[in-house]
Design a protein around this ligand. Structure first.
Ligand code: IMP
Ligand code: MG
Length: 181
């Protein structure tokens, strides 16, 4: 019998730490967007777990949409080429848009997404990311709301995958070296 956590080297950010940060972000977003028409955009698939928790900490009448993009490259290095796989279904003109993303790594995905959304004349576009890896940045972009800043380590769980697996781990984890072989 194998268990989900058999692949885990160590927990990097526990479910309790995540819950505290998510509640803090939700409270901050609630006060910043009070009285504004806010569309929360869940970036598929990595942000789904974070999004569903964050959403319930935002005490405002928000609307929700989804968006998916993938960046191509070889192995773990991105080429910077970002392709939209699923566009928004809502019209964002005149609305305040908050993009909810799993992680800002090279920054290419968020740069392209923000530029594309801005071309549609919204009232504002901001980024809320669960994780930020500033040491990996290849292009100029910063998150407006960040739950945790992390180092140059590959992380999985709480929505983040490795080879499409481990999104369902409740903690954010470092995987064993043997997983990558
Ligand atoms: P970008 O390099 O900033 O464009 O990030 C692209 C995507 O790579 C992120 O949205 C994640 O889905 C994925 N990614 C980057 N770093 C990690 C990681 O440590 N674990 C899991 N996915 C990651
Ligand atoms: Mg992603």
């Amino acid at each position: 019998m194998s268990n989900l956590y058999d692949v885990v080297e160590r927990v990097a950010i526990s479910r309790e730490e995540i819950a505290t940060k998510v509640a803090e972000l939700g409270a901050k977003i609630t006060s910043d967007y009070r009285g504004k028409e806010l569309i929360l955009v869940c970036v598929l698939k990595g942000a789904v777990v974070f999004f569903s928790d964050l959403l319930r900490h935002i005490d405002l009448p928000v609307t929700v949409d989804t968006f998916a993009a993938s960046s191509y490259g070889n192995g773990s290095e991105t080429s910077g080429e970002v392709v939209v796989e699923k566009d928004l279904s809502m019209d964002i003109r005149g609305k305040h848009v908050l993009i909810v993303e799993d992680i800002i790594d090279s920054g290419y995905t968020m740069r392209k997404t923000v530029d594309m959304f801005n071309s549609r004349n919204p009232a504002s576009v901001k980024i809320c990311a669960l994780l930020d890896k500033p040491s990996r940045r290849k292009i100029d972009i910063n998150g407006d709301y960040i739950a945790c800043t992390v180092g140059n380590e590959f992380l999985a769980g709480y929505g983040l995958d490795y080879a499409q697996l481990y999104r369902n781990m409740p903690d954010i984890c470092v995987l064993k070296e043997s997983v990558y072989r």
